[in-house]
Design a protein around this ligand. Structure first.
Ligand SMILES: [Zn+2]
Length: 283
């Protein structure tokens, strides 16, 4: 777009209108048939790059981090992870069809907007540091009672938390029996145990050892799943590339990240709760 036109638009239009104009412009210049964004519905010839490369991420072949060539939706900005989580919610859960309490920690913006707008979702966004959330919360000390939320989404948070086992126990505690939590982290399939060292505390050293200056470990996949199970979760993994067209197969239509497994932790319903559900569904 010509610079003079860009300046004119910036000077003469209110921010919301401007955002709408940019979105329309981006939708136009990237329109195509290769990809489809399930969050905003855009049909695209390409996705845009995202993330930062780091030698340690390459060394351990980290899945879920680093630089990716085809990553974000040029129209709404959704990432591979948001699209994967949204497809799971849409096709494998019923939370968009019934009244639910949903906790979204460190909310991904596009996904958050969609869930908040869903009529039956009682949505709560939370974070310890960022400002634009509904509640400030330390996930190692969650200020809600036991068995409170039907569903929790807490992605790419635990690799920042020194006592991640305690955070996992807290997330499990506030989940209702029968509920589920999506708990994505960046991870390696190459190492048997996670790499962590509490004496590594400076941003420079953390970046060097863990690939980002505010990360406190590199998770080994098996070890991470064991930590989820230790906290009480029944762990399920979803490998989207082994699923059907709902997840964009066979040609990765929704631009998901190669090999990014979805980690879902469930809290077993007690016998009494299971009986209650059965009675309701037969009523
Ligand atoms: Zn989009």
């Amino acid at each position: 777009m010509k610079r003079s036109l860009k300046t004119l638009i910036e000077k003469t239009t209110p921010p919301q209108v401007r955002e709408h104009l940019w979105r329309t412009y981006r939708r136009w210049i990237t329109r195509g048939d290769r990809y489809e964004c399930p969050l905003c519905g855009a049909r695209l010839k390409t996705l845009w790059p995202r993330g930062l490369s780091h030698p340690v991420l390459k060394k351990y072949d980290i899945i879920g981090g680093g630089y990716r060539e085809q990553a974000s939706c040029p129209v709404c900005g959704s990432t591979e992870r948001e699209r994967l989580v949204y497809l799971f919610i849409r096709h494998r859960t019923d939370i968009l069809q019934r009244p639910v309490h949903l906790l979204h920690v460190a909310p991904e913006p596009q996904l958050g907007r969609l869930l908040q707008a869903a009529a039956q979702v009682d949505y709560l966004s939370a974070d310890l540091y960022v400002e634009n959330v509904m509640v400030k919360m330390d996930i190692t000390d969650i200020p809600y009672p036991d068995d409170h939320f039907d569903a929790i989404i807490c992605n790419h948070v635990l690799e920042h938390v020194p006592d991640d086992r305690r955070a996992l126990r807290e997330l499990y505690r506030v989940l209702k029996p029968g509920g589920w939590a999506i708990l994505q982290v960046p991870y390696s399939e190459r190492i048997p145990t996670s790499i962590e060292d509490p004496t590594i505390t400076t941003p420079e050293d953390r970046a060097r050892h863990f690939g980002q200056e505010d990360h406190v470990r590199i998770y080994a996949k098996a070890d991470y799943l064991a930590r989820m199970a230790d906290a009480g979760f029944r762990v399920e993994t979803l490998r989207w590339w082994e699923e059907g067209p709902a997840f964009g197969n066979p040609d990765n239509r929704f631009g998901l990240m190669p090999r990014e497994t979805l980690f879902v932790g469930r809290k077993q319903a007690s016998r009494a709760t299971a009986r209650q559900y059965r009675r309701k569904s037969h009523a």
